[in-house]
Design a binder for this molecule. Structure first.
Ligand SMILES: Cc1cc2nc3c(=O)[nH]c(=O)nc-3n(C[C@H](O)[C@H](O)[C@H](O)COP(=O)(O)OP(=O)(O)OC[C@H]3O[C@@H](n4cnc5c(N)ncnc54)[C@H](O)[C@@H]3O)c2cc1C
Length: 445
């Protein structure tokens, strides 16, 4: 098999990259470890081996439509990747996410640049403009009175699934998809600086995919393992590269917990408005003002208000989405075996408490008394972020163009590249980064 660009994985990042590169005249081969058709065995293959705390699907109890068997698997192995499971919430990162440093990491892309990409993606995928929505203007006026920040988010119904779009691209002859393929190693140029191809296993067969120009590893956890195999596995000039890392630190997620609930009622204009607008797609997220998050040096956490879609009189659930700071102990381990080692650390708990002390009185001023649940239980976490941070420093794994610093033509398109998490659902940013990468690799359209 020969191509200009080999893309590993078939989730959102891969799809965006593949279609843009194909439009710009590159021949594209997509290598997917899972099947073309979803099968029950995918649930077992998709489960993430974890230690310490279970990384659960964010779908459980948070409104996503998760098929049976996936309750603890926050990703999907197969054509379309985790688009098969996701619940379709779109959100931009905030300005301060791009501006501030956390644990020595900082985004190497400016807010204005990233926003230009993510706005183009949002428009392309059908997110209706916030400014044209009268309902949102009313929210904004109400929220403006209590020193909180309204966070822009949209839930697409039904959520976009990629499988049919991949099949369309393939039928149109724009790309080639090879399913059930496992990456086992690499072929390097004689000087050892660049990849010439990827060694794969498909069933019992061992094959080589020659990539004349680029290789891109995708997927929040997968890109870590695949790139590790390409950089340090069979066929790599390991002697020159030194000892392979046993773990990639600073893995993050967005742990979610239900704080409590608030009753709907005529005397509660915000909740009344929210309940009336169920089904419009726009979501009500609230946060501390950006200047205050900076000054207090807390996480950029968000609280979402969820009315019951089926019952207007049911209480509205109040859910917190946490930002985690990168910590070395939260990591993707490659040795002695593959394992994601992750927990909501004491540091994150304390940070959450600090935030709630400042946030909850203002929330209650806005929406009335909150019936708080006696304990805070973080349950959902399905956004894999940050083990291969991009950055300007020579110590970052990826450069600002998502290239691995030690291989001239190996790139990463995935949330693993996020240096700082924010608390925004990541897919819009994942797609925006993939589109930016397509522009970098293949040039403007
Ligand atoms: C229940 C649930 C709800 C979610 N809801 C939201 C939401 O509302 N909003 C939001 O922004 N995000 C949400 N997410 C997260 C979102 O789904 C992911 O961030 C996004 O799908 C990641 O896309 P990706 O392309 O990076 O990776 P993935 O979609 O995970 O793709 C990785 C691909 O790599 C393939 N692969 C794995 N290993 C290999 C290998 N060795 N060789 C070849 N291929 C391989 C996989 O099969 C898969 O196709 C949700 C996630 C879950 C689980």
């Amino acid at each position: 098999m020969r191509c200009d660009i080999a893309i590993i994985g078939s989730g959102f990042a891969s799809y965006e990259l593949a279609r843009h590169c194909a439009t710009r005249g590159l021949s594209v081969t997509v290598l997917e470890i899972g099947g073309l058709v979803p099968d029950p065995a995918a649930a077992v293959r998709s489960a993430v081996p974890f230690s310490r705390e279970v990384i659960q699907s964010g779908g459980v109890g948070f409104g996503a439509n998760v098929p049976p068997g996936f309750e603890t698997a926050p990703r999907f192995i197969g054509l379309g990747g985790t688009s098969v499971l996701w619940s379709g919430k779109w959100r931009h990162l905030d300005r301060l996410d791009l501006q501030r440093e956390r644990a020595g990491r900082k985004w190497p892309v400016s807010f204005d640049e990233l926003t230009a990409w993510s706005r183009a993606v949002a428009e392309d995928y059908g997110w209706p403009s916030w400014s044209s929505d009268e309902g949102q203007r009313e929210f904004r006026d109400l929220v403006g009175t209590c020193d909180l920040r309204l966070v822009e988010a949209w839930e697409q119904a039904p959520p976009l699934r990629l499988r049919p779009l991949w099949l369309q691209l393939q039928r149109a002859g724009a790309i080639r998809i090879a399913c059930d393929t496992e990456v086992v190693g690499a072929i390097y140029t004689d000087d050892g600086d660049s990849l010439r191809g990827v060694r794969i296993r498909q069933g019992d067969e061992h094959l080589v995919v020659e990539a004349a120009r680029f290789v891109v590893a995708c997927g929040g956890i997968e890109s870590v393992y695949v790139s590790h195999a390409l950089r340090f596995g069979e066929g790599s000039p390991a002697a020159r590269r030194g000892t392979p890392p046993a773990a990639y630190g600073g893995f993050m997620d967005h742990p979610k917990a239900i704080l409590g609930e608030v009753r709907s009622g005529p005397g509660n204009p915000v909740i009344g408005h929210l309940v009336r607008r169920r089904g419009h797609g726009h979501l009500l997220g609230l946060a501390l003002p950006e200047a205050e998050v900076m000054a207090r040096s807390v996480g950029n956490h968000t609280v979402m208000l969820w009315p019951d879609p089926a019952d207007a009189r049911a209480p509205v659930r109040v859910v917190i989405n946490l930002e985690q700071s990168p910590e070395p102990d939260n990591c993707v381990r490659t040795s002695p075996s593959r394992l994601v080692s992750w927990r909501v650390s004491r540091k994150t708990w304390d940070d959450c408490e600090l935030f709630l002390d400042a946030f909850l009185p203002r929330l209650e001023e806005l929406i009335g008394p909150l019936s708080r649940y006696p304990t805070l239980r973080f349950r959902g976490a399905s956004h894999h972020l940050g083990a291969l941070p991009m950055g300007t420093g020579a110590d970052t794994v990826l450069d600002p163009n998502l290239r691995f610093r030690d291989v001239d033509n190996l790139y990463c398109a995935s949330s693993a590249a996020f240096p700082v998490a924010g608390s925004a659902n990541p897919t819009l940013t994942i797609i925006a980064l993939a589109r930016r990468l397509a522009h970098h690799l293949a040039g403007p359209r």
